[in-house]
Ligand binder design. Structure first.
Ligand code: PHE
Length: 446
């Protein structure tokens, strides 16, 4: 372990891992999922999914990572030599490729919107104008790819600096900033005239809009938002020190991640109701609708800069963790220097990201099952690869891994902890796989 990096402090561990979890999933994806699935009722189902499935699955990844101190592929190679389970590590790296190639596109969009906001050219348009602005930009051949290159260069630069000086330092700086921005923006939204209506939307459930789709959406959202199922948490926890309490860390991350999603709702829905735009807007909610809100808001310039800065920070720290899965694998398995691995991975992601981005424009006609490349990658990752990865990892830790290893990683010492441990194993063996399996299979029939 000595030649590998490790996090220096528990605070660093928490900030880096929260940095991975809190991302576009919370601020971009959660609000529109909520809007499309009946508001607060969706939130309720989501909370259940996070604790029933998310926390146990996170802990399973932590056990694997800290036990082996290896990247996702190395970890499964060590724990299940010559067994098919080894494939899970490769599945993680593959999923990393899939997610990164469209995540860098959306992170690029946040760079562009931050640029527009800072330069003062974002405000002053109409609803139709913003729709047009987004569609024209996303379909472009040059600007979106330039933003992808910027994002990849920043990310590779941070990763080259290593775990302690790169990932940890950046997370310790940016995450507190992100929390402050969230609170400032939420207070601002709560002072708006539509605050009561917006808050009702977030907190008072309307079960009439809940369907089976809402359960599928909530489970998929929990996996995506908690970074489960692709080895990101295995890789990060391989840098954890032995003094980190895995159960507590998983619970803290789940709670913080959920709070951030809720605060994102508190920021967005009061504004949506105050300025009379409809919440059911799909993925364009924060890019097409929100600029209208800022245009109509007093001091909209400041608020728009803060909001898109928030979105960019959230996206960047998550993008870091997905990329680190691939960089750690390349560096360790092919014995490459980190800067060589990070540069190679960077070039690959620019190419893949460009393909995903061009699917809004010149590559629009290349579709699979009616989906353009970008949508296909999102569907493949969130609805197929992450649930399969998360489910198999839980099965692996529940059934295959020596329980002594699991117990020692979770520091099971007293009889009451042992009782908790037994319940945890039942979750891994039955509840997580069953819940994910049911949701996974039924989505293809609904
Ligand atoms: N959790 C991140 C988000 O909410 C996305 C992510 C998925 C990061 C999988 C790492 C692994 O945006």
């Amino acid at each position: 372990m000595s030649s590998r990096g490790s996090f220096a402090s528990k605070f660093g561990v928490l900030m880096a891992t929260v940095g991975s979890a809190v991302g576009l999933g919370n601020i971009w994806r959660f609000p529109y999922q909520m809007a499309n699935n009946g508001g607060a009722a969706f939130l309720l189902i989501y909370v259940v999914c996070v604790f029933l499935v998310g926390v146990p699955a996170m802990m399973a990844e932590f056990v694997i990572g800290r036990q082996t101190h290896k990247n996702a592929v190395g970890a499964f190679n060590q724990l299940a030599p010559n067994k098919a389970w080894r494939g899970l590590g490769y599945l993680g790296v593959f999923t990393g490729f899939v997610i990164d190639s469209y995540y860098c596109v959306v992170t690029g969009w946040t760079v562009y919107y931050l640029y527009l906001a800072v330069s003062g050219s974002l405000l002053g348009n109409s609803v139709e104008g913003y729709d047009e602005l987004f569609s024209t930009f996303a379909a472009g051949e040059v600007a979106p790819i330039v933003t992808i290159i910027i994002v990849v260069m920043i990310t590779s630069g941070i990763l080259v600096m290593g775990v302690r000086n790169g990932i940890e330092k950046v997370s310790k700086l940016l995450m507190p900033m992100l929390f402050m921005l969230l609170i400032i923006l939420a207070i601002n939204s709560c002072c708006m005239s539509g605050a009561v209506e917006g808050l009702k939307y977030v907190f008072v459930p309307n079960f009439s809009q809940i369907g089976f789709d809402s359960f599928v959406g909530a489970a998929g959202q929990a996996f995506f938002s908690l970074s489960i199922g692709m080895g990101a948490l295995i890789t990060y926890s391989s840098y954890f020190g032995n003094d980190v309490n895995l159960t507590r860390t998983a619970t803290q991350i789940a709670v913080i991640d959920m709070l951030v999603a809720i605060i994102a709702g508190i920021i967005i829905f009061p504004a949506v109701f105050t300025f009379g735009v409809t919440p059911e807007q799909g993925p364009g909610l924060v890019l097409k609708v929100f600029p209208v809100v800022f245009t109509r808001m007093s001091a909209g310039y400041i608020w728009s800069v803060l909001f898109y800065l928030l979105l960019f920070i959230a996206a960047l720290t998550s993008f870091l963790s997905i990329t680190e899965v691939v960089v750690a694998y390349m560096a360790e398995n092919f014995k490459l220097k980190r800067w060589v691995a990070a540069s190679m991975v960077g070039v690959m992601f620019i190419i893949l990201g460009a393909c995903a981005s061009l699917s809004f424009g010149p590559l629009k006609s290349y579709t699979i099952g009616g989906l353009i490349i970008f949508d296909m990658l999102d569907y493949l990752a969130s609805n197929i690869l992450l649930p399969i990865g998360g489910m198999l990892t839980s099965l692996f830790v529940g059934w295959r891994l020596d329980q002594k290893i699991v117990a020692s990683q979770l520091k099971v010492e007293s009889p009451s902890q042992y009782k908790f441990f037994k319940v945890y194993i039942i979750f891994l063996r039955f509840i997580v796989p069953l819940a994910v399996g049911i949701v996974f299979i039924t989505q293809f029939f609904s």
